[in-house]
Design a protein around this ligand. Structure first.
Ligand code: ZN
Length: 238
């Protein structure tokens, strides 16, 4: 076994760990979670507008109710005076009667306005109920996806811990002099610093080496440093 074999085993674990990290960063659950949160945010914007409209209607209704109550008070007051016997002048009595009739008419108009507002409120309330249900559905979906995401992350974290523990054991068997070049090549070549030469093919770049180069390499001892002429990675032979 050459001195490169333990380093190649480390490489395999580093590659596995890189894949797990990549998978952790690109979990479909995370994209789905973002999507659900975007839908919720968009719904909240529309919901706020409808709630604003509902609030306006409620305030209008309250204003009408207050005005009706105040007018009803005035009408009651005038009627009380009318029937108290305190006023005997026919002209004054007539004026009071006219006053009461006019107030009652005004109350009737305001009550019609109130009915109109109630009618306008109905579809708005229905819309609010629909949006509330949609929001609850999105909230449940968010919670479900968040759980799935946490589960996937926990699975990857556990797998990553196992890979790293194995890697640490393997690393102990690696010739310390090999680390600097391994680390440099790994950072320069997409995480893969060392690969096996199978036949005339480098397993790092999957390109075939020239026959002359393969011949030259075959004559070297397995512990010699050999780089792939195509990609520059360390080649493991034997
Ligand atoms: Zn190569």
């Amino acid at each position: 076994m050459s001195r490169w074999e333990p380093l190649l085993a480390v490489q395999e674990h580093d590659t596995h760990a890189d894949q797990l990290s990549h998978r952790a960063q690109h979990l479909p659950e995370r994209a789905r979670l973002r999507e659900v949160e975007e839908h919720t945010a968009a719904l909240d914007v529309r919901l706020a507008a409808v709630q604003e409209r509902r609030g306006e209607l409620a305030r209008s209704q309250q204003r009408l109710e207050d005005e009706v109550a105040s007018l009803a008070g005035r009408a009651d007051q005038a009627e009380k005076q009318l029937y108290s016997g305190a006023v005997s002048n026919p002209r004054e009595l007539q004026a009071l009667q006219d006053d009461v009739a006019s107030i009652r008419r005004r109350i009737g108009q305001l009550e019609d306005d109130e009915l109109e507002i109630l009618e306008l409120s109905e579809p708005v309330d229905a819309q609010l109920a629909e949006m509330g249900a949609e929001r609850a559905r999105l909230e449940a979906e968010r919670a479900r996806v968040a759980d799935e995401l946490a589960e996937s992350e926990a699975g990857i974290t556990a797998e990553l811990a196992a890979v790293r523990a194995e890697r640490a054991e393997l690393a102990a068997a690696v010739d310390a002099a090999l680390w600097p070049e391994y680390d440099t090549l790994r950072s320069q070549l997409g995480g893969v610093a060392i690969a096996r030469l199978v036949g005339s093919t480098c397993q790092g770049c999957h390109l075939g080496l020239a026959a002359v180069e393969v011949d030259r390499i075959r004559k070297l001892g397995v512990d010699e440093i050999v780089h792939c002429e195509e990609c520059g990675r360390l080649l493991v032979r034997g």
